[in-house]
Design a protein around this ligand. Structure first.
Ligand code: NAD
Length: 356
């Protein structure tokens, strides 16, 4: 087969140093010339933010973030940033805090430094997402890509084990969905596979001992790689489904991803042998077990929720979900998705049907 591709790598500074995150955040503010910082640090990050605050040229602080980034919050936070004259945003938190920073940057072009506290990977992508009237809008833009990311696994230690597991499975979804996403290429496939290679043992060890810092480091490293692969390959079928479900039914982001992935893998992997091989290699191939069965067994072994019914989706919402998802299925998906296929996929994901 001839090797033909067109790959774009995103430029970003990445510092990885457990236990030293705050120093590196300060260093990066200095490096990128920040002189008026807006700090976004909600809930769990409040204590870290308090420690950081006194050492920053702080002009504003936002303590409230909301999952799926409602437009009303972007409006108020953007005007705070503008009024305060902020020239740098520091976001400490999960994908919701970083997502708010991205939405503000999109309007104001203020550069972002991100210090993630979950494995969602938003910090490594130029993808933004905001929700208005129950619809999640997403896109990509250079301003949404943080100029620097500081990874400190200690910042994830407060993340309760169940949230850490589903967040790590969200990262696995970035890598796996990237294997059949619209701009998949040999480089992002290789990065995604390396991400999986770190994520699978990282999550297994994290499940055994939630306080295992090495496991959290491995998971964080894998989550970064998986997000880089996702940013490059684009949103595949899995992400299109989850964007609709998240926006329309306000489902919890990471648990939803951890459920849906098994069923998208069951649908797509049989016709993408390279993806099936990479998945099998990362999960420890068991002969006669399909890629989807490996993914499914893994999430059950980790104790993630079984079906969408367990995270607040009512069965009566499925026809509406299918109606919204079908028009956004990527044209490049390796298999055509008929309305019947979508009904079956959503029905199985809702019920949590085991995959063999
Ligand atoms: P989140 O940021 O909503 O956090 C989930 C919960 O965990 C919150 O209650 C939060 O306060 C808490 N939390 C976070 N870190 C913690 C810590 N260290 N200790 C204790 N509690 C902690 O969840 P998420 O899954 O990280 O992010 C989801 C959002 O990110 C969604 O809106 C999703 O669309 C977006 N996202 C975007 C991208 C992208 O590339 N743009 C990628 C992934 C996720």
């Amino acid at each position: 087969m001839p090797l033909i591709f067109d790959h774009l790598s995103l430029g970003q500074r990445v510092v990885f140093h457990s236990g030293h995150g705050l120093e590196h955040v300060i260093e990066q503010i200095d490096y990128f010339g920040g002189s008026a910082v807006m700090l976004i640090a909600a809930g769990s990050a409040a204590e870290v933010a308090d420690r950081l605050e006194a050492r920053l040229p702080l002009v504003a602080r936002v303590d409230r973030v909301v999952q799926h980034v409602p437009v009303s919050l972007v409006d108020s936070a953007s005007s705070i940033a503008t009024r305060a004259g902020a020239d740098m945003i520091v976001a400490i938190g999960g994908g919701s805090a970083i997502g708010l920073a991205k939405a503000i940057a999109l309007r104001t072009d203020i550069p972002i430094i991100a210090a993630p506290t979950t494995f969602a990977g938003s910090e490594a992508t130029n993808i933004w997402g905001v929700t208005e009237n129950g619809r999640k809008m997403t896109g990509s833009h250079a301003s949404a890509l943080p100029v620097a990311v500081v990874y400190d696994a200690e910042l994830t230690m407060g993340l309760p084990s169940q949230l850490a597991i589903t967040s790590g499975l969200n990262a696995i979804a970035h890598a796996v969905d990237g294997f059949w996403a619209p701009r998949e290429d040999p480089i992002n496939r290789a990065i995604g596979a390396e991400g999986l290679r770190a994520l699978v043992p990282g999550l297994r060890n994290l499940r055994k001992d939630p306080q295992d810092l090495d496991a959290r480091e491995q998971t964080l490293y894998g989550a970064y790689l998986a997000a880089v692969a996702f940013a490059s390959a684009g949103s595949g079928l899995h992400h299109r489904i989850c964007h609709v479900l998240g926006g329309a039914f306000d489902l919890p982001h990471a648990p939803m991803h951890s459920i849906v992935l098994s069923y998208v893998t069951a649908f797509n992997a049989p016709v993408v042998p390279d993806a099936a091989t990479r998945i099998a290699a990362a999960f420890g191939s068991v002969e006669a077990e399909s890629a989807a069965a490996l993914v499914d067994r893994f999430r059950r072994e980790l104790g993630a929720p079984a079906g969408l019914k367990d995270i607040g989706l009512s069965r009566s919402a499925l026809p509406e979900a299918a109606r919204l998802i079908l028009p956004v299925v990527p044209e490049s998906n390796p298999r055509t998705v008929t309305p019947r296929d979508m009904d079956r996929l959503l029905g199985d994901a809702w019920a949590g049907t085991p995959i063999r």
